[in-house]
Write a protein that binds this ligand. Structure first.
Ligand code: LLP
Length: 381
């Protein structure tokens, strides 16, 4: 990581450092790829809801993909236009639905036949018409970690593709609902384009069938999931947006007037963020040497939860320092509180700063106060 350590002086560790320039460059690349195409990018705000980041993304004219009432409120607060706030989630509460209707959000992504009745009832009570999209579970294997794959028949997400006609009939029977789109999302950290190509084929078959029955959809939402390079954040700081949009636009049958939506989270914010932590001490065990840092799984849970690996760097060490092998661990009382085993780092000492890279997505938002630890701080520059 190339950074002037002076900007970290006086900042209490651990904290998330966000590189504003990289975030802006990432947003500019997305804008370049979609320019001239009927595409609306919704930022999946669950990836990072830091208010400053939300404001920056909103200022680029993106919409927001939300999964809770509080996320809808945060998106409104940050300046995302209500009509481009889409609200998904398998278990929206009555209170959350009512709040979102009051905000006049652009669309509810409906995840079950049961939910159709609930949203219709609340909208009718308020004398409003709610725009809805049906989230279809397309039975596609995204070939990613089983905790973050969502498009298989066994997942809790979406309406099973075999129930589509029943769902369409249920929505169109309610005067308080307006069917405006179809929604799909097959998983996260997807690193090849093949699952997206298969998704497009499946969507084409569905929209063709619906059009045959006289149902036109204004929006086709292909979801998010574009992966990033966790191993080489400096070589690949910006995700393959070109590959992603070329695949979608090259394979999806888009009718004139139709808009393609996507919900990118990780690929927008992951690489601009690093978790900066201080070495508390270096412990010599019998067989291993441990670098014990002041950040733990409460600050960044991805390694413990998904066995994810983020690149670890000692950013204080001199470039000429000798290398040594360490396990880099946090202070939390769990054996899973490990950021890396057998990491080859410059010789490390108490007080050195450690950067855990590619942590801008699902880092800060998944932090907890386990062990009564403070939440990590933030610095955006
Ligand atoms: N749309 C829907 C319906 C989603 O469920 C998700 C992510 C996204 C969009 C955004 O996906 P992205 O572009 O960020 O891959 N905590 C996990 C990731 C969970 C993803 C949940 N859904 C992780 O740290 O890897």
């Amino acid at each position: 990581m190339v950074v002037d350590l002076k900007i970290f002086e006086g900042v209490k560790t651990p904290f998330y450092y966000y590189d504003k320039r990289l975030l802006e460059a990432t947003l500019a690349e997305i804008e370049r790829c979609i320019s001239g195409h009927p595409v609306k990018v919704l930022y999946a705000i669950k990836a990072n809801t830091n208010p400053e980041i939300l404001r920056i993304v909103a200022a680029h004219g993106f919409g927001a993909d939300c999964v809770s009432g509080n996320e809808v409120d945060a998106a409104i607060e940050a300046g995302f236009p209500a009509k481009y706030i889409y609200y998904a989630g398998v278990g929206k509460t009555d209170e959350e639905i009512a709040r979102a209707i009051d905000h006049n959000i652009g669309c509810f992504n409906i995840e079950s036949i049961e939910e159709i009745e609930i949203i219709a009832g609340i909208a009718a009570m308020k004398n409003k018409t709610a725009n809805v999209a049906l989230r279809i579970n397309p039975h596609i294997d995204a070939h990613t970690h089983h905790y973050i794959t969502t498009g298989l028949a066994e997942n809790k997400f979406g309406i099973d593709i075999t129930l589509l006609e029943k769902a369409v009939a249920a929505v169109t029977a309610h005067p308080s609902l307006r069917l405006i789109g179809l929604h799909f999302h097959i998983g996260s950290q997807i690193t090849t384009m093949e699952p997206y190509r298969i998704l497009c084929e499946r969507i084409n078959a569905i929209t063709k069938q619906l059009a045959h029955n006289g149902i036109e959809c204004k929006f086709i939402n292909v979801g998010g999931g574009l992966g990033i390079d966790y191993d080489r954040p400096d070589a690949n700081p910006i995700a393959d947006f070109k590959g992603f949009f070329d695949t979608i636009l090259g394979n999806l049958d888009v009718e004139p007037g139709q808009i393609v939506c996507c919900e990118l989270g990780r690929s927008i914010v992951a690489q601009c963020g690093s978790l900066i932590s201080k070495v508390v001490l270096v412990k010599k065990g019998l067989e291993r040497e441990f670098v014990i840092i002041d950040a733990g799984m409460s600050d960044l849970i991805r390694p413990a939860l998904y066995e994810a690996h983020h690149k670890i760097e000692n950013i204080s060490a001199a470039p000429t320092a000798e290398m040594a092998t360490y396990d880099v661990v946090g202070p939390v009382c769990e054996s899973a509180d490990v950021f890396g085993k057998d990491e080859i780092l410059p010789t490390t000492q108490r007080g050195d700063l450690i950067a855990i890279r590619s942590a801008g997505a699902y880092g800060e938002t998944m932090a907890s106060r386990y062990n009564m630890r403070d939440l990590p701080g933030t610095l955006l520059r």
